[in-house]
Structure formats: C-alpha cells, structure tokens
Write a protein that binds this ligand. Structure first.
Ligand SMILES: [Zn+2]
Length: 216
C-alpha cells in the first residue's frame, strides 16, 4: 500500500507521524507532499535561508519516519486559492498512486492548511476521472481520504489509528524541526523549552485519544 500525506509546511506531517511510521514499519510505502518550504516560519531568519534550513529539517524528519518527500515550492503563507493547486495535486496523485491520502480537514486553522486540504480532497476525485487528461493516466479507484488537524469547530474523531509503540519515533521526527521550537517573543536561538512543552502536549493528546479508543 502507498500512504501519502499532503501538507502545507515542513512539520505538518507531525500530525500523522505515528501513523506514517507504523505503515512503513508494516512494509508499506509512505510519501510526504509539502506545498511550501516554510519560508515565513520565523521572526528574523531571512526567507531563503529559512527555506534551506526547513528543507533539511523536513528531509531528516521524513527519513526517521521512513517516508519520501516531495516539495511543491509554493510560497509560505501565500498558497493561492483556486484550481492551480488542485490541478498540480491531481497530477501528483496520479503519479504517486496512493491507496490512502491523509491531509488537513478543510476547516482547520490557517488558510495554507485549509487550501491544501480542500485542494487535496478535490484532486483525489479529479485524479480518478479517465476523461480528465493530464501528464499521467487516471488513478483508479480514488484513494481513501482521511482528515487530520484541529478543526476550528468542535468535531469528534471518527477514525483512530493505534500508534502504541510509535510515539517515540513520532517525537524523534518532530524534534528535527528545530527552527520551529523557539519562542517568537524571545530573541534567543538556544531557547528550546517550547519543544518540550509541545512534546508533552503531543503525548497528552495521544494518551487522550488512546483512552477514548481503548488502546495505549
Ligand atoms: Zn503548517
């Protein structure tokens, strides 16, 4: 099976890191598609430099999960709404032939995430239509789509993936995004306390979902 995660920025894949690691460990293939290189995700590092740093962080994080990475090179915080992204993702779905796609719920925080989630969902359908002619032939049947991320409105999960045994690899992968783990209001690049706070939050949320679904 081929699992494809479609996100907007390096580190978005962390919301499905345990699932990706689990699938790869079970002998499946995984690819992370990232629409931008996260060039606006810092308060002072210049965009081009930041894109290089975050590209490297993304590659290391993906390697730990056992996934390949595909970058689309849209501008961080400026992913355009409209058909261009949907059409590009249609071709990517046809090229990668995923069985499962995980992307953002179309009602999550941040326009980049919403646009990617909506375009990815529409692309999965468009990619399976044989009469839509693009660079690659139609990919049928359409992949199963799962949404992740925290919706802006209260929503109950309808699918749980048991990642017991994969928390450490999920966290280890998350730790690679070092450029993101400094406080934006403190001019101190060595301040890594927020990372530990985020790690604790991630573990807490996983424990909560584990209790809801009756697993570790
Ligand atoms: Zn993001």
């Amino acid at each position: 099976m081929h699992l494809v995660f479609i996100g907007a920025h390096p580190d978005d894949e962390a919301s499905a890191g345990g699932t990706i690691a689990k699938y790869v460990d079970h002998g499946h293939r995984a690819t992370i598609v990232v629409a931008t290189r996260g060039g606006r995700g810092h308060w002072k590092t210049p965009s081009e430099e930041l894109e290089e740093i975050r590209t490297e962080e993304m590659e290391k994080a993906a390697e730990i999960l056992g996934a390949d990475v595909v970058f689309l090179d849209y501008k961080d915080a400026d992913i355009p709404a409209g058909d261009a992204l949907k059409d590009e993702l249609t071709d990517i779905v046809r090229e990668l032939k995923p069985d499962i796609v995980i992307t953002f719920h179309p009602l999550v925080w941040r326009d980049d995430h919403r646009r990617v989630g909506l375009a990815a969902a529409d692309a999965c359908f468009k990619a399976c239509l044989p009469l839509v002619e693009t660079q690659y032939p139609a990919h049928r049947p359409a992949p199963d789509i799962y949404f992740t991320g925290s919706p802006m409105f209260p929503m109950e999960p309808d699918t749980y993936i048991d990642i017991t045994g994969y928390m450490d690899v999920k966290i280890e992968s998350l730790r690679q995004h070092g450029s993101q783990w400094v406080r934006w209001d403190i001019d101190d690049d060595d301040d890594t306390r927020p990372l530990e706070e985020i790690v604790e939050r991630v573990r807490h949320r996983a424990r909560q979902h584990g209790m809801e679904s009756g697993v570790g």
